[in-house]
Ligand binder design. Structure first.
Ligand code: SDX
Length: 430
């Protein structure tokens, strides 16, 4: 089969670069031979036009607002399946049969406890430490407790580490929450499903029985599905880069948690809710729209815009529906924050600035309202994002490790610093 190529002429050199087609989506120009043949690098800060890898896990069409996990539309997975089914799909590439699902659920359930000494590890934090700081540290600390699943060259250890990460991240997230509110840690309960168990570990107290509300548990489980993976976003790229050096999986996931924390990324759900609280009422929206449009003002509408989606984030639509479902189940008739969010969205989507720049609500715009209604403090929002995204990070890490062409990631640069110059002794500096 003839290889498609593109011709590039630089100075007096012309080279043929292979063009590779994917199943769907943009083709890529393979620039691997570029530096060797031309002595030139490509330059793409923020990787706006760069494919960092080949992957079969998640596909996004930003113009059409399409998101597929292993080919299945996010709308169908969120509607019909549960989060552990999505975990199985992302990790193994196919929807599980009934027997496979039962076995997978049991394997995850049986790994939800963390080493008892982890409790002492938490006590080193100030009580007012941000739960994301605690989560970054405790996920990294798993590599100090589970040496038997850190040899990345052993497929069995990779499998155990994957199950352990998916199983233990809710426990660590709940422990971070409990520690921040001064309540005792609650052990997992194997009789509960994954998300009900997380709600139990988060909201149960020794003094009284906590019975998870099935409607709320289903809603949060769906929110986890929406957040599970998203192609080569900043935190996933961080996990892949960390993993390319051979670092153990727990350290790689800790790096992903750290990157997700930023307000431009997973930290946007916390920032978006704080923004809605700061706006406070519908009549104050115009002044914030003006701030967002003012080039001299660093303010941005948090929860709006996306590097890939230049149409409505399909997850945001499902998120908005879930918000109404949760508020209705909780009997919250009118939430002032939701009123501000809906009016802010209506105004922004009809404003020339946002229309021209194709800025739409993203997954973080509505999630904060829902998570607050479920009883989580704002500081826990990104922790919940990290809980759900852990399976995506692990699936992408596993795909990278198992890719025979994989090598350590090592980008180059455009150097604009000083050319070589001689050292000046201290006494001769002016
Ligand atoms: C997530 O990558 C992923 O897939 C991420 C994620 C995932 O699941 O992993 O989807 C999760 O991180 C969602 C995004 C959450 N972040 C926010 O909501 C923060 C607010 N949004 C922005 O900071 C911004 O939109 C980004 C970071 C999301 C995307 O930034 P880009 O692609 O680098 O776009 P840009 O900054 O170059 O903006 C393009 C233009 C700029 O104006 P000009 O310089 O061209 O005149 O749009 C403007 C920006 O000023 N703009 C905004 C805006 N976002 C972009 N103006 C006002 N408010 C905003 N929110």
């Amino acid at each position: 089969m003839s290889v498609k190529t593109s011709t590039l002429t630089i100075d007096d050199k012309t080279i043929e670069l292979p063009v590779k087609d994917g199943t769907i989506g943009p083709s890529v120009v393979d620039i691997t031979p570029l530096y060797k043949h031309t002595g030139k690098f490509t330059y793409d800060p923020g990787f706006t036009s760069t494919a960092s890898c080949e992957s079969q896990i998640t596909y996004i069409d930003g113009d059409e607002g399409v998101l597929l996990y292993r080919g299945y539309p996010i709308e169908q997975l969120a509607e019909h399946g549960d989060f552990l089914e999505t975990c199985y799909l992302l990790l193994y590439g196919e929807l599980p049969t009934a027997a496979e699902k039962q076995d997978f659920d049991l394997r995850v359930t049986r790994h939800t406890m963390v080493h008892e000494q982890m409790n002492r590890f938490f006590n080193g934090f100030r009580r007012d430490a941000h739960p994301m700081a605690v989560l970054v540290a405790s996920v990294g600390a798993l590599s100090a407790f589970y040496h038997d699943s850190t040899d990345i060259s052993d497929p069995q250890q990779r499998l155990i580490a994957s199950i352990r990460m998916v199983a233990k991240i809710p426990t660590l997230a709940a422990m971070a929450f409990k520690y921040s509110i001064g309540q005792p840690f609650v052990y997992p309960k194997n009789s509960l499903d994954y998300t009900s168990n997380f709600l139990h570990m988060s909201f149960s107290v020794p003094c009284e029985e906590y019975v998870p509300n099935p409607v709320l548990s289903r809603a949060l489980d769906r929110i986890f599905i929406l957040h599970a993976d998203h192609e080569q976003n900043a935190s996933t790229s961080t996990v892949r880069l960390a993993g390319s050096s051979g670092a153990n999986p727990f350290a790689c996931i800790a790096a992903g948690v750290a990157c997700l924390w930023g307000p431009a990324h997973g930290g946007a759900n916390e920032a978006a809710l704080r923004m809605l609280e700061e706006i406070g009422s519908v009549d104050r929206i115009p002044q914030y729209i003006a701030k967002a449009k003012d080039k001299n003002d660093p303010f941005r509408l948090m929860g709006f815009g996306h590097r890939v989606y230049k149409n409505y984030d399909p997850r945001a639509k499902i998120m908005q529906r879930t918000t109404h479902e949760v508020l209705s189940e909780l009997g919250i008739k009118d939430d002032p924050l939701l009123d501000v969010a809906l009016e802010l969205e209506r105004i922004a989507l009809s404003d020339e600035y946002f229309v021209e720049k194709k800025l739409y609500p993203n997954i973080d715009f509505y999630s904060g309202i829902t998570l607050k209604a479920l009883g989580f403090p704002t500081t826990m929002f990104t922790v919940l994002f990290a809980l759900a995204r852990t399976v995506g990070w692990i699936a992408q890490w596993k795909e990278m490790i198992e890719d025979p062409s994989q090598k350590i990631g090592r980008p180059r640069q455009l150097y604009t610093g000083f050319a070589e110059r001689d050292y000046v002794p201290l006494g001769q500096r002016s």
